[in-house]
Design a protein around this ligand. Structure first.
Ligand SMILES: Cc1cc2nc3c(=O)[nH]c(=O)nc-3n(C[C@H](O)[C@H](O)[C@H](O)COP(=O)(O)OP(=O)(O)OC[C@H]3O[C@@H](n4cnc5c(N)ncnc54)[C@H](O)[C@@H]3O)c2cc1C
Length: 477
């Protein structure tokens, strides 16, 4: 019997798992996929929003600001990439200038301080952003905006939670929920028993609550499509937002921690099965709208496109509640700014909802720090030499585009919540994330996975069970 079972290992489930590991509780995370963070947490803009945008009084507004203020400490403790770059909402007409003035007031109402929000003139913008569009006349500046690396944020939280005693069950899909004295969860891997259940299942959250009692909210999926530019090919220093509309924040130009730039997202309601598909019309929409904010976009340097599904609630806000005080707790409808808000939601759910059902006694062995990740491209030559002297595999480059060594891949496989597939390696250390998209390094990644997991080359999965790249041997050993 567990004290708490969290269903879903996106950023909501994994930050909660870590938060709960501060206490003497038995906690498990059940995830239906082969790896964690494969849905909304995998496909988003990676922005730690400042909090200027959500409507005052909403859960989104409350947890956005709190979460954004928690990110620097969480990133430092867990060694998560974090780039405080600032953001600006750009106005291209007098009408849009009115909206940025309203957003300025909204930011203050949401509790940004006066030095965390300002209006910039075109001349001030140009000093910071040489590629700003000729149409832009002024901007709302939010310097506390930052960029993280979303799936590493989830992976780091899960790893630290596991280091502190939480259990993770992958490929374990919850299919039924009943309660008598406690909850029984039916899953594809058998039954689990628990005192408290947390539903952090993204676009499936209404369906998962319906397994227990009918949900009084519905989740609609709004797909967002993106282009990715190669690293270091386009100068954008801050997150450039257009003026928001009732469809959302619009096509944003976002510098990424590793030097790429994201263009997107779009916003379109789709069935769940289509949420990860890109479309010609969506990508054309990005081109048509990005040019209002910035110029000189090098579309010949696009290396990839992708799409993700927002879990948009019919209540138009996050759904964070303890259903009928039963111990079935929702972290649902977590669309943007859910990545930003996650650590604050985790703290709130633990202290104010879960605490009503189980006693929170501090875990004296809790260690908030994750073992540092060896990132050779961020090290000095002396530091690299020292590492190579200890282990030659740190001197062998596997991914040339992103300069990733064998030692880094081996490390990513052998941690708690480590990589088990080619995509798992890419998501942890970026081998295959660069301009050749794995064309050069994939065979080497297969070799390393096979060696480290002690399996045959033909048993190495691309993304999930059975997704083998190599089908059979053509020659003897
Ligand atoms: C296009 C787009 C752009 C965004 N940009 C930003 C941004 O820049 N900044 C920001 O703050 N937020 C942003 N967001 C929002 C943010 O990405 C999400 O709020 C956040 O990732 C939601 O995390 P989650 O853990 O709630 O859901 P998810 O990441 O979707 O995780 C849910 C998990 O539950 C699992 N699951 C589902 N059903 C079951 C089941 N029956 N049994 C077991 N497991 C199950 C899934 O496999 C999945 O792993 C964006 C979202 C999108 C889609």
């Amino acid at each position: 019997m567990y004290d708490v079972i969290i269903i879903g290992a996106g950023i909501s489930g994994t930050t909660l798992a870590r938060e709960l590991s501060r206490y003497k509780l038995s906690v498990a995370v059940l995830e239906k996929e082969y790896d964690i963070a494969t849905e909304a947490t995998m496909a988003n803009s990676a922005i730690v929003h400042s909090g200027h945008d959500p409507l005052p009084g909403t859960l989104k507004a409350t947890f956005n600001i709190k979460g954004s203020r928690m990110y620097p400490k969480m990133s430092e403790e867990l060694d998560i990439p974090y780039m405080p770059c600032g953001g600006m909402v750009v106005a291209t007409s007098k009408e849009e200038e009115k909206t940025i003035n309203e957003l300025y007031q909204r930011g203050l109402t949401n509790r940004l301080s006066e030095d965390e929000i300002a209006i910039l003139t075109r001349e001030e913008i140009l000093k910071m952003e040489p590629n700003i569009s000729d149409h832009v006349i002024s901007a709302l500046h939010v310097p506390t905006t930052a960029v993280t690396f979303p799936w590493e944020a989830a992976i780091a939280n899960m790893e630290n939670a596991m280091d502190n005693g939480v259990e993770l069950f992958l490929e374990t899909k919850v299919t039924g929920i009943t309660k008598d004295t406690h909850f029984t969860l039916e899953t594809t891997q058998g039954e689990f028993h628990t005192r408290v259940v947390v539903n952090a299942t993204g676009v499936y959250a209404d369906q998962v609550q319906n397994m227990f009692v009918p949900a009084d909210f519905e989740i609609n999926v709004r797909r967002g499509e993106y282009y990715v530019l190669d690293r270091d090919v386009y100068e954008i220093n801050s997150v450039i937002y257009p003026v928001p509309t009732d469809k959302g924040k619009g096509v944003i130009i976002t510098p990424q921690y590793h030097g790429n730039v994201l263009l997107g997202p779009t916003s379109e309601e789709v069935p769940i099965k289509d949420m990860s598909k890109t479309t010609p019309s969506g990508l054309e929409y990005i081109k048509a709208h990005a040019k209002n904010s910035v110029k000189n976009i090098p579309y010949d340097k696009v290396i990839r496109s992708f799409a993700g599904g927002r879990a948009s609630s019919s209540t138009h806000d996050f759904v964070i509640d303890d259903v009928k005080d039963s111990g079935f707790i929702n972290i649902a409808g977590i669309e943007s700014p859910g990545l930003t808000a996650a650590p604050a939601i985790a703290e709130h759910v633990t202290n104010n909802l879960i605490s009503k059902h189980v006693t929170l006694t501090s875990n004296p062995d809790f260690n908030p720090y994750r073992k540092k990740v060896p990132r050779l491209d961020e090290m000095s030559q002396e530091e690299r030499n020292e590492l190579v002297a200890k282990d030659k595999r740190f001197g062998r480059i596997i991914c040339r585009c992103e300069t990733v060594t064998e030692g880094e891949i081996v490390d990513a496989i052998n941690r708690n919540c480590g990589a088990r597939s080619i995509v798992g390696v890419k998501n942890r250390v970026r081998a295959g994330a660069g301009r050749c998209q794995g064309g050069f390094c994939q065979t080497e990644v297969i070799r390393i996975l096979a060696e480290q997991l002690d399996i045959d080359y033909t048993d190495v999965n691309y993304r999930k069970t059975g997704s083998h790249i190599l089908k059979s041997r053509t020659k003897g050993d």
